[in-house]
Design a protein around this ligand. Structure first.
Ligand code: NAD
Length: 259
């Protein structure tokens, strides 16, 4: 993978940052994206460049804004000469009953968790076709395969991204380009930290009981999945060894979806 170039959306935090770090360790040049403190993002870039002798750039493109997404991909193509690896990871969550779900939150979640992946693929695929190689990894969720209450927008978006993954895989099936989805169970990241608070309100339970009775209750391993394990699965999907795997939606979920 040395010398290849990747865009990882939502990579200033959590799973996306873990994937960016793991790709950098393989010698891949990375475009980071997401929100956050400018000094912290600069420190992440500098450290990855120094540790791995690669190039790391940052785009602050807002994944709710198609024009910014297309500009981000064009910027990566201009800086790196092309995009070889695209990881669609940016995502947010909101927990509320469907009949009380804020209308603006529905639109925002569909835009970030689903439509942004259409826009990045639409913009980056021509570059992959021109270079004759490509890897698209969509970070879905077990909620792309099964549902839970109070997460209507998130679950609709994640089921949507599983469908998008299959369609792109079919359209690129005869090319050396793959498109797969990773479906993690609960991973302890800032997104889940916030969900613990939201779920505590919805269920009227203290935080520790939300973790044990609501979240990990559904995850038979009774442990959070590790960010590093999700990142290594992404690295595998981006490797040449995974050339025969496309259109798959792979659970990494402590047996959640085995039930
Ligand atoms: P996180 O909150 O730690 O990270 C989310 C990232 O997305 C951040 O970098 C944030 O800045 C970025 N982001 C948010 N809104 C954005 C926008 N409008 N434009 C650009 N970037 C934006 O969350 P995480 O848990 O690491 O989640 C990453 C992905 O993994 C999401 O798609 C999430 O649905 C998925 N996922 C997470 C879990 C889990 O348990 N944490 C489980 C399954 C799937």
């Amino acid at each position: 993978m040395k010398g290849k170039s990747a865009i990882v959306t939502g990579s200033t935090s959590g799973i996306g940052l873990g994937i960016a770090r793991a790709l950098a360790a393989q010698g891949v040049n990375v475009m980071l994206n997401g929100f956050g403190d400018a000094d912290e993002i600069r420190a992440i870039r500098t450290k990855l460049e120094a540790d791995h002798g690669i190039r790391v750039v940052y785009s602050g493109a807002d994944m709710t804004r198609p024009a910014e997404i297309h500009a981000m991909v064009q910027q990566a193509i201009a800086l790196f000469g092309g995009v070889d690896i695209l990881v669609n990871n940016a995502g947010i969550q909101h927990v509320a009953p469907v009949d009380e779900f804020p209308l603006d939150k529905w639109d925002q979640i569909i835009a970030i968790n689903l439509s942004s992946a259409f826009h990045t693929i639409n913009a980056a695929l021509p570059s992959m076709k021109a270079r004759g190689w490509g890897r698209i990894v969509n970070i879905a969720s077990i909620h792309g395969l099964v549902a839970s209450p109070f997460k209507s927008a998130y679950i609709a978006a994640k089921h949507g991204i599983v469908g998008l993954t299959k369609t792109v895989a079919l359209e690129t099936a005869t090319l050396p380009i793959t498109c797969n989805a990773i479906c993690p169970g609960y991973v302890l990241t800032p997104l889940v930290e916030k969900q613990i608070d939201d779920q505590a309100k919805v269920h009227g339970l203290p935080r520790d009981e939300v973790v044990s009775r609501v979240m990990l209750e559904r995850q038979p391993s009774r442990q959070f999945v590790k960010i590093e394990d999700v990142a290594q699965l992404a690295v595998y999907l981006c490797s040449d060894a995974a050339s025969g795997m496309t259109g798959a939606s792979l659970p990494i979920d402590g047996a959640w979806t085995a039930q």
